[in-house]
Write a protein that binds this ligand. Structure first.
Ligand code: SAM
Ligand code: SF4
Length: 332
């Protein structure tokens, strides 16, 4: 069973107080079996190693984003995606009910924005309140937030806000030029100050070095309070984007980063997010052993493919793993 939330929050804050690239790299370079032996032990001490938390991701506004994230098919700088308007509340609610029936305990809503405009806020608040009334945890990922916007969404009851740092501060300008790494950190601070749980991680496979990947984790682990949720994405090369033809990541290096994320943020949920369609069952099983304990379910993520419920439930059954149930009040 999960440790009490209080103990875990304390552990999040008190985990090795200041990580450095060198101290983290020393762990990363351990023999693979030693690294996973350590990370599995820490995982077992903080979570039920046979439980996986299931989330579902919905694109509530597609494409036409003014930012130039090199991996993203929703950027207006990429080609081929038709932009859509913001989804209607009823449609979001109908999708959220389906997600709950599939076992999801958290519903993540993403919009292809640099940041939400004032005119969008009432609709977002209504979505948060509506999805929460179904007994699901709510997550939004809408781009950068002012402190006032974070407060507005916190008042609506938003549980999590996703805002990935994506890579190291050094490599960041190679990925995105329309905003800075410190812009990302500023939004994370606004989210944390508003009392919303933080979901922040990044992507492997954009042409970064191993040190960049490790430095990304050092940034996250050294935040005043590490994120409660750390998504680790494997780049999905999207046609029409700058990163459509980058060499794939070595699966062993990917699993090492999962293990390192677990060791550096022992009480955080380490999430195996984009890219699972390119992972073998064995690779995913090793990621779970290394300390990953959350996935997105369903056939699609925002614009990319996901393994789908049948393949996921088949894999979890073969591994003897169950979905974390989350009993919070709401519509049955
Ligand atoms: N517009 C919001 C923002 O930029 O924060 C939401 C972006 S998207 C919903 C959330 C994350 O998905 C991105 O920050 C990125 O880490 C990940 N992502 C997007 N496209 C991806 C791809 N092609 N491969 C892997 N991860 C991707
Ligand atoms: Fe826009 Fe977000 Fe895609 Fe970047 S990741 S281009 S901010 S939708």
């Amino acid at each position: 069973m999960l440790k009490t939330e209080v103990a875990k929050a304390a552990e999040r804050g008190s985990a090795e107080s200041r990580w450095t690239l060198d101290s983290a790299r020393e762990l990363y370079d351990l023999p693979f079996n030693d690294l996973l032996y350590r990370s599995h032990g820490i995982h077992r001490a903080n979570f039920d190693p046979n439980e996986v938390q299931l989330s579902k991701l919905l694109n509530i506004k597609t494409g036409g984003c003014p930012e130039d994230c090199g991996y993203c098919s929703q950027s207006a700088h990429a080609s081929g995606l038709v932009a859509s308007k913001l989804m209607k509340l009823d449609d979001v609610m109908s999708e959220a009910r389906k997600a709950k029936e599939s076992g999801a305990t958290r519903y993540c809503m993403g919009a292809a924005w640099r940041s939400p405009k004032a005119r969008d806020e009432a609709a977002i608040v209504a979505m948060v309140k509506g999805v929460k009334s179904l007994g699901l945890e709510t997550c939004m990922t809408l781009g950068m937030l002012s402190s006032e916007q974070a407060e507005t969404f916190a008042d609506a009851g938003l549980d999590y806000y996703n805002h990935n740092v994506d890579t190291s501060e050094r490599f960041y300008p190679e990925v995105i030029t329309t905003r800075s790494f410190s812009d990302r950190l500023e939004t994370l601070a606004h989210v944390r100050e508003a009392g919303i749980k933080v979901c922040s991680g990044g992507i492997l496979g954009m042409g970064e070095t191993v040190d960049d990947r490790i430095d990304m984790l050092v940034t996250l682990a050294n935040l005043p309070e590490p994120p409660e949720s750390v998504p680790i994405n494997l780049l999905i090369p999207m046609p029409g984007t700058r990163m459509a033809n980058v060499d794939p990541v070595d699966p062993i290096e990917f699993i090492r980063i999962i293990a390192l994320a677990r060791l550096m943020m022992p009480a955080s949920s380490v999430r195996l997010t984009a890219g699972r369609t390119a992972m073998s069952d064995e690779m995913q099983a090793l990621c779970f052993f290394a300390g990953a304990n959350s996935i997105f379910i369903g056939d699609t993520l925002l614009t990319a493919a996901n393994p789908g419920n049948d393949r996921d439930s088949n894999l979890l059954a073969r591994l003897g793993m169950t979905a974390t149930s989350l009993e919070i009040p709401g519509e049955c």
